[in-house]
Write a protein that binds this ligand. Structure first.
Ligand SMILES: [Zn+2]
Length: 115
């Protein structure tokens, strides 16, 4: 029998995590679930983005960057834009992507505040 350092319950050894020896399996599972819910795996980068404060400015700013990136991929992948190689074309598409991201964020904020 051992005591879990998180929940304080005294439990049999087999109920303890193998990787966190002082924590019961239930608490480790709970922590893993919480950790996962804070991480979004963006399409464009290998690095997971952590969302520390739900609905904060940092949260929306991160979403804005993520959406702009995804929108730009969509714009390019659509094949409907032909001057992708010109600097002006690139700048225009980047601006379109950012402007759609801004609009999307504004709409999301509106619907959040109505909930
Ligand atoms: Zn526990």
């Amino acid at each position: 029998m051992r005591q879990c350092e998180i929940c304080g319950k005294t439990l049999p050894d087999e109920d303890f995590s193998k990787s966190y020896k002082k924590r019961c399996k239930h608490c480790v599972a709970e922590m893993t679930r919480e950790k996962r819910s804070q991480i979004v795996h963006p399409v464009l980068t290998e690095e997971p983005i952590t969302f520390p404060f739900n609905n904060s400015e940092a949260y929306w700013r991160t979403l804005r960057h993520e959406y702009a990136g995804r929108l730009l991929v969509g714009i390019i992948a659509s094949g409907r834009f032909t001057n992708l190689s010109s600097p002006k074309g690139k700048e225009d598409y980047a601006k379109i992507a950012v402007s759609y991201a801004d609009t999307l964020i504004e709409e999301l904020k509106k619907s959040e505040s109505h909930e």
